[in-house]
Design a protein around this ligand. Sequence first.
Ligand code: FEO
Length: 170
Amino acid sequence: MLDTKMQDAINDQINWEFFSGYLYLSMAGQFSELGMPGGQNWMTVQYQEELAHAQKMFDYVTTRGARVTLEAIARPQTEWAAGLDMFKQALAHEEKVTARIFDLASLALELKDHATYNFLQWFIAEQVEEEESASDMVQKFTMAGDQPAGLYQLDKELAARVFTPPAPAA
Ligand code: FEO
């Protein structure tokens, strides 16, 4: 059985994962409006990843015999001037998510909940990738600047991203 403090903290993170998905889906819409289908694809894949993160946490809480309480999802920003602005915000957002996952891991240790601590290791590794991919895109969009040819090439690269569902928890 999960300690209620741990249950509440994971519930809160489930809401954050859904909000992350909402934010990236909103960015997908903005990329569509900017005429960048590759960017739209990249953000849609990111949205799917966030839903998978929420689902993974949901499954863990219920497996431990605890209760998931779904809360309202905050309204995300809806407009950005350019791809670079979106990826800068994505990077800042992922850094916040990483800090929150670290806090969850610290709470698990404090409660001597080694099962949850172990479960969270997947998210700790995932956050390294999340930050790296957003940071990589900030660099690429910075290099492309306002050049249509550079942005066109970059958009083609973003179009190649595919969603791979994470492996179920062991
Ligand atoms: Fe679920 Fe992007 O972290």
